[in-house]
Design a protein around this ligand. Structure first.
Ligand code: FES
Length: 88
């Protein structure tokens, strides 16, 4: 899948094979910003630990808080914005 804004190629086959419902970015920019653990805490309200996967970079490096859900890459810098994404 290609994220048109950033032209980031995401290996959706790999995502599907991991059998996860949602993926958090564990790329360099998000790792340095330390946003994965914050996202994971917020996601625990709606997903089990085993439903949360990781993937290296979704092309949202400038905003961090990157995740991939339901075929799209997002940046969710607040719990409220994350809820909006997963409740679409
Ligand atoms: S490192 Fe997280 S979106 Fe690029």
């Amino acid at each position: 899948m290609i994220n048109k804004k950033k032209e980031k190629i995401i290996d959706t086959e790999k995502l599907q094979n991991e059998n996860k419902k949602i993926h958090i970015c564990n790329g360099k920019s998000c790792s340095i910003a330390g946003t994965q653990e914050i996202l994971k805490d917020w996601l625990k309200e709606d997903f089990k630990d085993e439903e949360i996967g990781y993937y290296p970079c979704f092309g949202k490096c400038d905003t961090n808080f990157a995740l991939f859900y339901d075929g799209k890459a997002y940046s969710a810098p607040s719990a409220k914005s994350l809820k909006k994404i997963i409740n679409k």
